[in-house]
Design a protein around this ligand. Structure first.
Ligand code: MLT
Length: 240
């Protein structure tokens, strides 16, 4: 198995993904929210780039059963129905609903990965499910969304814990690139927690706008046994 990790999405050459299984990680908070929404019965999540594009897509899908969700600077986008706090995506709110999502880093990473043959969303909340789903793959690419094209330690930590699980669950040769090795070393030193996330730029930014509570859900390992897979630019429950 060949495992390549990237600490920011802009480092990735989309052409290099043609035969890879890609896992996209944005712990604070896009992939955590995507997993939460699907675990609570959302029909599908449509990652988009800009907010205008999101509004157009939501109207074309039909606003009667399509919600707009996303953030800028961590806050709900004006005119959107939901922000990006996983706690907002309850079964009451999202069951059988389509979600058009636009966030600063996470949704952009999905757009960069969209032409890969297989694309999964990973967070700490569905770590085990993703590790099991990719254990037999020959070529695995782990894309960390990062933060404004910069390294974010929470994404690298999640990548490391995923790689650790995959390596321990699969047999045979493994070839890790330096970023994958670095992520694995990081994971051998720390586990996710609110306390650790409060030391990160992303965690501090959320605490400053009163969203510190989100950090507990984002650090809740294996909260959901769900695999979230993107096909034709829509993320749904794999096999659903
Ligand atoms: C992102 O995609 O940039 C993050 O999810 C931002 C956030 O949730 O605050």
């Amino acid at each position: 198995m060949k495992i390549d990790a990237y600490f920011t999405a802009t480092e990735v050459d989309p052409a290099s993904l043609v035969s890879a299984t890609v896992v996209v990680i944005d712990v604070l908070r896009a992939t955590t929210t995507i997993v939460e929404a699907l675990a609570n019965g959302a029909r599908g999540i449509y990652p988009t780039g800009g907010t205008e594009e999101a509004v157009k897509l939501a109207h074309s899908l039909g606003r009667e059963d399509t919600l707009l969700c996303g953030e800028r600077k961590g806050q709900k986008v004006e005119g959107f129905d939901l922000g990006n706090s996983p706690s907002e995506f309850t079964r009451e709110t999202v069951e059988d609903v389509r979600l058009v999502m636009s966030t600063t880093n996470g949704t952009r990473a999905f757009i960069i990965a969209q032409d890969a043959p297989r694309v999964l969303a990973c967070a700490f909340t569905n770590l085990g499910a993703v590790a099991a789903a990719v254990a037999e793959e020959e070529e695995l690419v782990v894309i960390c969304a990062g933060r404004q094209d910069r390294f974010s330690i929470e994404d690298a930590l999640c990548a490391g814990h995923l790689i650790e699980r995959v390596v321990s669950e699969s047999a045979g040769e493994r070839a890790l690139n330096d970023a994958a090795l670095a992520a694995r070393l990081l994971a051998s030193a720390r586990k996710p927690s609110r306390k650790l996330f409060l030391q990160t730029a992303g965690g501090r930014a959320l605490a400053e706008i009163g969203l510190e509570g989100d950090l507990d859900i984002c650090a809740d390992v294996d909260r959901h046994d769900v695999v979230a897979e993107m096909e034709d630019q829509v993320i749904t429950l794999a096999g659903a």
